[in-house]
Design a protein around this ligand. Structure first.
Ligand code: ZN
Length: 440
């Protein structure tokens, strides 16, 4: 098994850092210093190219342009994008085939899955060039933070070893990235010492984790009275609360760099050296749509690089608060004060582990519209599902199977079909409702 895994690691690295990777990285390292006018010029140029491509090669957009009586020349700038309607996951689900450029669809394309915060699954297609670009954008942030590909530990919610496994190792080594990949699912009080010993033996410089995993790991280091310094910590995929950042930075005597993105790759927000969030303006076009409820804005993104399945004016349903204050880092990228909408609660497994990422669970399950995870007792969870009326026993079985895979095989799972899922405060969809309380 080990040689096969190592081979896969090298292949994955080769794939992600393909022929376009260096080119993108070079450009991104330049464009991060562009003044705002140059950024807008770059975006408009890329946008015109993308719009011509959509009109020529993507049936969905060709029909849309005809319907709206628009020509590609009608969209020259970011502001002109408003002539097109917004789209979202429902649009993609209903028009999946029509949104694809068949000529570009090949074996190097990758299917992305998302369920987002509402737990409704959808598929996306990404082309090789855009995957290389995505990887280059991540590398830029790592470089800026001083990470030059040195030894790193990652704990990012993926299944590293079977969830049912009771004994260490709960990790595996990826030689291509010098990366010790550790399971998020086994990080419990009982296993904490084994995790710490493994990290100490590996002596990494970098930690790459979900904020909730980073916080828990820091707590275990402190609990066992062990001091360790990471040169840098990267977080992503969940909201990073200020107290969690402070805690991780204090325990590991380091600086945390956070990253916001989504499976659809229509918008990215990264943290700079000054701990401030900036919209990555050279990654995509991000429109800010004012919320009706408060001073926040919804992020609406337009692809500039994914030609196999471009999304134009795609709604993320994630909200941000903005600030006009300039940043000491000198970047002209717009500044985000706070990112909302990623605050997940967690589920507690029979083994006492906290599972904070539930977004994978509905992926691949048909006929689901919304999914909410409700927990009143550790080790038991009720999934409230809103379906399209065609939800079969097979779909239900798949959903239960996914839940066991991503939580614990001993989890007691009940699926309950409901006619609506009430929203939480401010109308926000709550993917997890845990009434056990934080102290458990
Ligand atoms: Zn900055």
């Amino acid at each position: 098994m080990k040689p096969l895994f190592e081979f896969q690691c090298w292949m994955k690295r080769l794939y992600r850092q393909g022929p376009h990777f260096q080119k993108h990285l070079k450009l991104l390292e330049r464009s991060q210093n562009y003044p705002i006018d140059a950024i807008r010029f770059y975006q408009n140029e890329q946008l015109r190219k993308m719009i011509r491509h959509c009109h020529q090669n993507i049936p969905y957009y060709r029909d849309l342009f005809t319907e709206l009586q628009l020509q590609p020349e009608d969209i020259q700038t970011v502001e002109d994008l408003r002539k097109l309607p917004l789209m979202d996951k429902k649009t993609v689900r209903a028009n999946f085939d029509k949104l694809i450029d068949k000529k570009r669809k090949n074996l190097l394309c990758k299917v992305g899955m998302t369920s987002g915060t509402t737990g409704s699954p959808a598929r996306f297609l990404r082309d090789y060039n855009s995957i290389n670009f995505e990887h280059a954008a991540a590398w830029r942030q790592w470089h800026n933070a001083g990470d030059t590909g040195k030894k790193r530990v990652s704990m990012r919610g993926g299944i590293i070893v079977p969830v049912a496994q009771q004994e260490p190792p709960f990790w595996r080594y990826n030689p291509a990235n010098q990366e010790l990949q550790m399971s998020s699912f086994h990080l419990s009080p009982a296993n904490s010492r084994a995790y710490i010993d493994e990290i100490l033996a590996f002596a990494p410089e970098v930690l790459y984790c979900l904020p909730s995993n980073g916080e828990l790991l820091a707590k275990f280091f402190r609990h066992h009275g062990i001091r360790y310094q990471f040169k840098v910590v990267f977080t992503s995929s969940e909201s990073l609360e200020p107290h969690v950042r402070d805690y991780i930075e204090e325990v590991f005597q380091t600086q945390v760099y956070d990253w916001y993105g989504q499976a659809e790759r229509v918008a990215a927000i990264g943290q700079c050296r000054q701990n401030q969030y900036h919209i990555e303006e050279d990654y995509s076009i991000v429109e800010l749509v004012p919320s009706e409820r408060d001073e926040s804005y919804e992020l609406v993104g337009t692809h500039l690089h994914n030609y196999v399945m471009p999304l134009l004016r795609y709604r993320t349903y994630d909200h941000v608060f903005m600030t006009d204050a300039p940043c000491d880092c000198g970047s002209s990228f717009r500044r985000v004060d706070r990112i909302l909408g990623r605050n997940g609660d967690f589920l507690i497994t029979p083994e006492g582990c906290r599972i904070s990422i539930t977004a994978h669970i509905p992926c691949g399950v048909e006929n689901l519209i919304e999914t909410q995870f409700c927990q009143e007792k550790p080790g038991e969870v009720t999934l409230k599902v809103l379906t399209n009326g065609q939800f079969t026993d097979k779909d239900k079985e798949q959903l239960i199977k996914n839940t066991l895979t991503y939580t614990s095989p001993r989890m007691k799972v009940v699926v309950k079909e409901v006619t609506s899922i009430p929203r939480g405060p401010n109308g926000k969809f709550l993917s997890v409702i845990n009434t056990i309380g934080m102290e458990n």
